[in-house]
Structure formats: structure tokens, C-alpha cells
Design a protein around this ligand. Sequence first.
Ligand code: NAD
Length: 482
Amino acid sequence: MFNNNEGLYINGSWFPAHNQATFDSENPATGKVVGVVPEATPQQIEDAVQAAHKARISWGKIPGPERAQYLQLASKEFEHSKDEIINLLIAETGSTFGKAMFELDFTVQFLKAASADYRFGNGEVFPSEDGTLSYTTRRPLGVVVCISPWNVPLILSMKKIVGALIAGNTVILKPSEESSLIAMKIAQVFAAINLPPGVFNLVTGHGDVGQALIAHPLTKAVSFTGSTATGKKIAAQAGGLLKKCILELGGKDAVIILQDIDIDFAVNATIFSGLFHQGQTCMSAERILVESSIADKFIEKLVQKAKSLKMGDPSDHSVEIGPMMSKRQLQIVEDHVDDAKKNGAQILCGGETTNGIFYPPTVLTGVTRNMKVFRDETFGPLLPVLTFDTLDEAIEMANDSEYGLSGGVLTDNLEKAFYITNQLDTGMVHIGNGSVLDDPIDCAFGGIKNSGMGRESGKHSYETLTELKWITVHHQKPVFPF
Ligand code: NAD
């Protein structure tokens, strides 16, 4: 998949892992090393920034439809490498086959759709009393630093890269240290389509590499997806330098289930939103709020379904629940369950680590708001269920969180659905669905409160990653007061 010369990708050339510090990327299910990743040196960071800075002039000037052609080519190349990428997502990040397929298909569709986004480059013309032409244009920012997490590494890296490229910027990708091989595959795709040197660059390494990229005077913006703790550090660093930043951060999403809904459908929606990628997605349903009158029946069926899912090494494509990404991630889950038990919650299924790194779907009842499972992001396969009697109680409970990413409202009663959604403090909410949803064609992805700042996709990425310029043209000579 990778030859020995491949590692960092700077200015259209590969820089191999030998002769410098490296770290291993491991298969979470087996602990086996999947590949070796170079830790970028300060000189390589400098080289990547200089290359991207130089390339920004010609890339920013080529017509939008030509930039679009590169993205169309990349989409074909991803399709061409489908099996290889799916296997890598399974091996490097513990993705199940279904989740890996979803990532690949979404990326292909996203590239096709986003290639038309150069059309968002339109400015606006302002009304003028004296015939002055007064208008705005949009210009690329220059070098954009894209920093991505490990959980959905292909989609989340590509959303940032593509949003920046189509707007005429050049990119340096700093992927998570836990999913750097996927990022190397992205670099292979851009190399294969002959994207001009310096337009896309990959520097791998840990958090300090990201920090150095943001600090560099020639980088102009940072597009970040990751934890709230890191996002706050990045916001402080970028803010001090007056660099634009877009932040997609953590979540503690609620799914609200009303008594009129078909219970089997509600169970399926909850299971998907709570357990997709072992609950390791920012939009995971981490608080399940059920109307009291159907709670017993709903919980019984939820437990039944949770117990029926197949858990194991996802190299077996029939597996539905794969490994936790790391011991660190597993310990958070164990800590949240211990805390819930200590404070009086009941564990109806799951609740114990299996085979070292696997954590089974776990349904908790008797959950109270002081518990970590209610307050903190778990990022694991826990389904804490709470009940409510009135819509206002459900809304107040859902809003009782430092986070505000997504949410789901499961009811067929649209009047009640709008009453709830209009009052939820979240950046996204889905009626008739769970909390986990994204759209490759277009949407306004993002959160509020501790879930982030700014929106990604389509015109939202375009507007964030360009600068507005106001221009006037005076047909009559202005009269000056002195
Ligand atoms: P993380 O914050 O630990 O790391 C994310 C990236 O930031 C990595 O590439 C890391 O190397 C880099 N980084 C770390 N410290 C840095 C620093 N000081 N400066 C610059 N870069 C730095 O997050 P993670 O564990 O990789 O991802 C999981 C988190 O991401 C969860 O909290 C999840 O909710 C969140 N997430 C959010 C979204 C969203 O769209 N809102 C999507 C996916 C994941």
C-alpha cells in the first residue's frame, strides 16, 4: 500500500520515515503495527509552509472550473482505490466494514458535489445613489492549516481540504497521530491526479506540529475538528494571531423520543446514533430522553437489540461493534460507567470490558444529571436513558449541557417536533431521525456552545475560507470637504 519512500508529502514530493523520528500506527483490534509514520521536523514544517505559500498564487488564479476538475479526478481516484481504503480504515481505526464503506462513499459524493462550490465566489453589488459601482469580491486566504481527528479520518480531513482548495487556498494537512496512514492515502490520491506541487501538503506528527503550523506567519487560517479541550487551545492561539479559525468540537447529543413514535423505529434510530463506530462520533446520541409512558417498552426493546449486535475484530465484515480506538478511550468509558454505578445507575446490558479493548453496547437507567454519563462526552457505546413527562421538561434536560452539537426528535407529531427543535440549543437537529447525520451534497454542519464555532460544507466553508473585499468605482469625481 505504501512504499518505503512514502511518508510526508511536501511540494509534490514524498519524504520517507527513515533518518528521522517515527511512531507506529497500530490496529486497535489486534495491537499489530499497521505502518510507521514520520514525526515532521521543524525544517519539514517550514518547507511545507513555504511550498504552500508559493503555490497559493498560481492555484488561486486558475479558474474555478479547473480546480473543480482536479476534485472530480480525485473522486474517481478514491473510487478506484475503494477496497484498499476500506481495508485501511478497518485496520488503522477499528472501523466496521459498514462504517468504512460509508466514509469512502461519502467522500466520493462529497468531492463531486463540492467541485461546484467555486460558484460561491460571487460577490454582491450594493445600491448606489450617484452611479458609483460598489461591490464585493471573494479572495482566497492563502495557506490553510487543516487539523483532523482519528474517528472519521477520511471524511473529516477531506471536508477541510476540499473546502479550502475549491476556494483557491493551498493546504497543509496535520492528521491525528492515530490515523496518519489514512492521511498518507489522501496524499497518494493527490499525487496520482498530479495536483500541482505545494497545493496539498501532508505533515504528520503530534499536537506540537499543529501548534507550529498555526504559529507560522505565512499560514492564514486553521480549520480544526477534534476535542473541545484542544479546540480551546487552538482558538486561543489563533485568536492571539488574529487568524481565522473554524472549530468542530465535541458533543453530548440528546435524542428525544415521544410516546406516539413507532417503538421499533425509535430503537433502531437510537441504536444507530448511539453505537455507530462504537459511539465514537461527535454526534453520538449520548443522552436518550424517553417519554415516561413508553419508557418500559422502549427500554426492553433497546436492551434486546443492543445485546443482539455482533462485536469483534472488524476484519470480519459481519461485525457491527468493533474495538475502542485506544486504551485511553476505553478508560473514559469505564470511568463513566463506574461513576454511574457508584451514583445509583442500573446497567441493563454490557458494562464490562471484553478481550482487552472491546466494550459492549451498554444500556443504563436510573441516570441522574450529576453523573459523568449525563455531563461529559463519553465517546463510547453507552446508552444512558432518562425519562420525562412534559415537552418542556425534555427541552430543559436536553439543554442542560455545556455542549450543543446535534440532536434528534423522534415523533410523528410535527407540531410537537417544531416546539422542541425551535428551543434546542444545538447547531443541528433532526426531526424523525437520530442525532448522527451529515450530507455530502450540502448542509450547514457545526455546533454551538462547547461544540464549536462556524459551519462546514458548501457556501459556509467557502465564506469562512475566503476574504471579502469591498471595491468601489467612481464615475463622477467625488467632491471633498477640504
Ligand atoms: P484531539 O483534540 O485529541 O486531536 C485532534 C487533532 O488535534 C489531532 O490531529 C491532534 O494531533 C491535534 N492537536 C492536539 N493538540 C494540538 C494543539 N495544541 N495544536 C494543534 N493541534 C493539536 O481529538 P481526537 O481525540 O483526535 O478526536 C476526538 C474528538 O473530536 C472528540 O471530542 C469528538 O467529539 C471530536 N470530533 C468533533 C467533530 C465535529 O464535527 N464536531 C467530528 C469528529 C470528532
